[in-house]
Design a protein around this ligand. Structure first.
Ligand code: SF4
Length: 508
């Protein structure tokens, strides 16, 4: 039999010069990808994940979101197609965050990319991996260079030996944040599962079907939160359903088989599209604090067709406990907060209801219909809400409001500590806590109050160290560092020369 003809790469120009990567600029990458036949998928991303006012928040490589979703699923193999440096970084980060399985990788070089051999290599590796005794699904993720070059993952077989194959493009120049990249894969899986449901019977959940109608929970929440949500739903005759992104393929069917969807995290646009196509109502916000829980129970009950008397029963059971927990664990102090997880507005509501003087909430995620109630609630209480917030905006807010505590991303925390402001990482210390219902109501106070109480230690350290170790002088030195302005001038002249030369070349 003749060897199959390699599928030629659609856009070899993507490899010219330095190649394309984070460093080559978003416009160059978008142009390359569009001319490589990816215009449709990029247009969909632009509609699903609107940019602006700031083009792209500064956060980790977006593909990490999709990779993490794939790695957390049982019987799922996730394979990356991209530059080795990107794959190294993504693999490192996924194991740092406790991935329990290996990351697959199909390496390439200019030749295999340009000749189309890379696509053949991907197809071969997918066939080699497709063992139905071990896997339900294989996910292949095109990173920036293969997307910009038009590597056609859509031509992969949809299924091999019963193992589903899902190919997605997750370029940093098309998907703004790692949060939204979770939605790219979750949405693709829901679409696949929905088509399976339409074509015939599918597997039941491993633990059996719930006796009560379920509410699917959209968003990666703290493990105890679904239990608390289940208790809040119980008086309405409902139960907490699967969490999307799911941990197993068959949970996708159960997720679709719900009475309503709770978009607890507000950025799952593609997933919501699949639920809407399945005829499921979607409710935004989340049961956080007293007001948030009351509004959420009402919306969920209404969406699920629960009689008002049962919705009121649920409120009467839960709301006094939340009010008591908030009163027992007050937070005192001025706070600014920013993050890229998508749950920032929910945490903001909890802080305000706990008594904090919250001035600013920055989120790398966009404004959507599912966080609009939270935005309105916060703004009505004088909190500035910034969607698609840039690092500069987050730091400017911290400098303007001089908070007792800055909650933020790593560089915000660094800037806060430099300014002697107690600071906490949003991702590791705040978003990784229960937030929902009575358990969430008291969960932030201890960590927030003890951080605020540390202010005196920062002042003592500042007094002791003074200006030592700042800016160019930071680090450990065997001699006192000496300023070298002549070196700086020389480098600056070189850079200006280089920019001029590049500009002149562009005009030729
Ligand atoms: S895949 Fe991620 S790390 Fe690699 S070039 Fe794209 S955005 Fe950058």
């Amino acid at each position: 039999m003749d060897a199959p003809t390699p599928t030629p790469v659609a856009n070899p120009d993507a490899l010219k010069g330095d190649g394309v990567g984070c460093h080559s600029g978003r416009d160059a990458m978008l142009e390359a990808a569009a001319s490589a036949g990816k215009a449709e998928v990029l247009d969909q991303y632009a509609a699903d994940y609107p940019k602006g006012p700031h083009d792209q928040p500064q956060s980790m490589c977006p593909a990490f979101g999709s990779l993490r979703v794939g790695l957390r699923m049982r019987r799922t193999q996730t394979i990356l197609s991209g530059s080795a440096c990107c794959v190294y970084g993504l693999t490192f980060t996924s194991h740092f965050y406790g991935a329990r399985r290996s990351v697959g990788y199909v390496p390439f070089n200019s030749e295999t990319l340009v000749t189309g051999k890379l696509f053949e290599d991907i197809r071969e590796s997918v066939h080699a991996q497709a063992d139905p005794t071990k896997l339900d699904a294989i996910v292949v993720i095109n990173l920036c260079v293969p997307t910009a070059s038009g590597v056609p993952l859509q031509l992969l077989p949809k299924s091999i030996n019963g193992v589903r194959v899902i190919g997605i493009d997750v370029p940093g120049f098309g998907v703004p944040t790692h949060a939204e990249a979770k939605d790219v894969l979750a949405g693709a899986m829901l679409r696949y599962a929905r088509n399976e449901v339409q074509s015939g019977p599918v597997a039941a959940p491993r633990t059996g079907r719930s006796e009560r109608p379920t509410v699917t929970l959209l968003g990666e929440i703290f493990p105890a939160d679904p239990v608390g949500i289940g208790m809040m739903l119980e008086p309405m005759g409902l139960a907490a359903g699967p969490i999307v992104p799911t941990r197993e393929w068959r949970e996708l069917y159960a997720a679709l088989d719900c009475v309503a969807v709770a978009a607890l995290h507000p950025f799952y646009t593609a997933s919501v599209r699949e639920f809407a196509a399945a005829g499921r109502p979607v409710v935004g916000s989340a049961p956080v604090g007293h007001d948030g829980t009351e509004a959420w129970l009402q919306s969920i009950g209404t969406a699920a067709g629960v009689p008002q008397v049962r919705i009121d029963a649920a409120k009467n059971r839960i709301l006094p406990a939340i009010r008591a927990a908030l009163a027992a664990t007050p937070i005192k102090g001025r706070i600014t907060m920013s993050g890229y997880e998508g749950s920032e507005l929910l945490v903001g509501r909890l802080l305000v209801e706990s008594g904090a003087d919250l001035r600013y909430v920055g989120s790398a995620c966009p404004r959507t219909p599912w966080n609009d109630a939270d935005r309105q609630w916060l703004e009505a209480r004088g909190v500035h809400v910034q969607f698609r917030a840039s690092l500069e905006q987050d730091i400017a807010a911290m400098r303007e409001f001089r908070p007792d505590l800055a909650i933020g991303t790593t560089p915000v925390v660094q800037a806060g500590k430099e300014a002697s402001i107690p600071s906490l990482y949003f991702t590791n210390l705040i978003s990784a806590r229960p937030l929902m219902g009575p358990a969430g109501a008291g969960s932030l106070a201890t960590v927030v109050n003890s951080a605020i109480a540390n202010k005196a230690r920062f002042d003592t350290m500042k007094d002791f160290f003074g200006e030592t170790g700042q800016g160019d002088n930071s680090g450990i030195w065997s001699e006192t560092p000496r300023a070298r302005p002549e070196f700086r001038d020389f480098t600056r002249r070189q850079v200006i020369k280089l920019i001029k030369r590049r500009k002149a070349e562009e005009m030729i």
